[in-house]
Write a protein that binds this ligand. Structure first.
Ligand SMILES: *Cc1c(COP(=O)(O)O)cnc(C)c1O
Length: 480
């Protein structure tokens, strides 16, 4: 498909209503104005509308089709959260207003921040939250920095973070970025193995800063040894990090603070009403128990005795800013709207449906795919492609039938892995249609292994040379 530049013809334009307001160029000194107009495309309104409508049709999206991409929670999010976040009272507010001592005119926004923090504390059982991190991985980096600050305040340097092999890939990446050495432990039957943990602790002893745990883990399983693990770490005054990106699996069923975790991050763009994908915006609120509170990022939102809200920058032990201002404020507004609209019962229902849907799919696919863990799963499950078939081929064949592929080849500990997450928002009819498509694909692949290698055939693009796409990347078009 051509870019919009190729459709440009001099003098074409869309209908616009002339504004009476002075233009930016009228207000700038002449020396700052460009001599020639920028080479922007000149198109009719119809050309523009068709161009972007057709482009959007080349994208797979959750508004159009089922998107069971494991670990990513590509669920349908209700549009009312977009409506609320787009209210002009929010979008027209300058982020510096609250900081420049004019918190009076930002009271509503500050209250939204404050109440969202309180609700997330209620949901997770933590003492305090910072809404500042801009994504899940950014929340991890913030949370690990809090663990580092905790040990530093105790006058010691601990350099080791223990991370199980069933953790999300961002966990070791964030830990490395924060300067920690990573000690990987192998899971047993899909669970963190208390013996492997004890061995790692014995080997690194008073150098262990903490443990990072993805829960439910990337195999879609809930850990069964949590109390023992918490005790093992706390016995040596090391801290426990809970990767709660997939909170939709446990909402209202378990509170990570009550389970003994010291720090948690959430992904509102998976769990709380912000669509996920396209690179953002997301956010990664980080919650802590009392022992980590002094180190939270600044500014903190505080409610004063007179009922007014203000921002407090004066926290001497804070790790400082993790992101500009208060993170992605619009995502916070959507999370607040979503939580209030669903209420406690609604949130519990989210977890029930997320888990029910995943177990339903898993059960119905048991005789088609190889499922390594037969136990009940949480919000997602992993399977291997049947003997002699490739996960990649199954994934591509699904695209031809209007389904997005599950996550493939992750987690690394399952061979030819297909990681499926149906999410709480899909109907039984959709799940059944997906099962039928997969059954048919596998049966065709068995009859003729080469048939799948040709897929997809119905999409705008077929298979890519992915190495070349990464190594010899071309992001510009040669302009005429
Ligand atoms: C998605 C995810 C992350 C990373 O979140 P981003 O917002 O993509 O940075 C971390 N951990 C788990 C378990 C996840 O599913």
């Amino acid at each position: 498909m051509n870019t919009i530049f190729a459709k440009s013809a001099p003098g074409r334009c869309a209908a616009v209503i002339e504004s009476q307001a002075p233009t930016a160029s009228a207000m700038l000194p002449a020396t700052l104005l460009r001599a020639r107009p920028p080479r922007l495309p000149e198109c009719s309104e119809l050309d523009i509308v068709r161009h972007f409508t057709n482009l959007s049709k080349q994208n797979f999206n959750v508004d159009a089709n089922f998107y069971p991409l494991g670990s990513c929670t590509m669920k349908y999010n209700p549009k009312f959260t977009e409506y609320v976040a787009a209210l002009p009272g929010f979008t027209q507010l300058h982020p510096l207003l609250a900081q420049l001592g004019d918190a009076g005119r930002a009271q509503g926004a500050l209250r939204c921040l404050y109440e969202t923090e309180r609700l997330l504390c209620e949901i997770t059982g933590m003492e305090a939250f910072s809404l500042q991190p801009m994504a899940g991985a950014n929340g991890e980096f913030a949370g690990i920095s809090l663990i580092a600050a905790y040990h530093k305040a105790k006058g010691r340097s601990r350099r080791v973070l223990i991370i199980p092999d069933s953790a999300h890939g961002t966990n070791p990446a964030s830990a490395a970025l924060a300067g920690f050495d990573i000690v990987n432990i192998e899971s047993r039957d899909g669970m963190v193995d208390p013996q492997a943990l004890a061995d790692a602790i014995a080997a690194h002893n008073d150098n262990v800063a903490g443990l990072m745990m993805t829960c439910p883990n990337t195999l879609g399983l809930m850990e069964t040894h949590l109390p023992a693990i918490v005790r093992q770490l706390h016995d040596i005054d090391a801290l426990l990090y809970y990767d709660g990106a997939n909170m939709n699996a446990i909402l209202g069923k378990m509170r990570v603070g009550d389970a003994g975790f010291d720090v948690v991050h959430l992904n509102p763009h998976k769990t709380f009403g912000t669509p996920h994908g396209g690179g953002g915006p997301g956010s990664g609120p980080v919650g802590v128990n009392a022992r980590l509170m002094p180190f939270l990022p600044v500014p903190r939102v505080e409610k004063q005795p007179d009922g007014n809200y203000r921002l407090n920058d004066a926290l001497p032990q804070s790790i400082g800013h993790i992101a500009p201002f208060y993170g992605n404020f619009g995502v916070t507004v959507k999370a607040l709207a979503y939580i209030l609209r669903l209420g406690g019962e609604g949130l519990e229902r989210v977890a029930e449906y997320a888990v029910l849907n995943a177990n339903y799919l898993k059960k119905r696919l048991e005789d088609v795919l190889d499922i390594p863990f037969s136990r009940l799963c949480a919000h997602e499950f992993v399977a291997s492609a049947p003997e002699g078939m490739h996960a990649l081929d199954i994934a591509k064949a699904l695209l031809d039938r209007g389904f997005h592929a599950p996550t493939i080849y992750f987690p690394l500990i399952v061979k030819e892995c297909l990681m499926t997450e149906p999410t709480e928002t899909e109907s039984k009819e959709t799940l059944d249609a997906y099962v039928e498509a997969l059954r048919d694909i596998v049966s065709r692949g068995r009859d003729n292994p080469h048939a799948l290698a040709e897929t997809p055939t119905t999409l705008p693009a077929r298979r890519f040379d992915e190495t070349a796409a990464a190594r010899r990347i071309r992001l510009t078009e040669d302009m005429v």
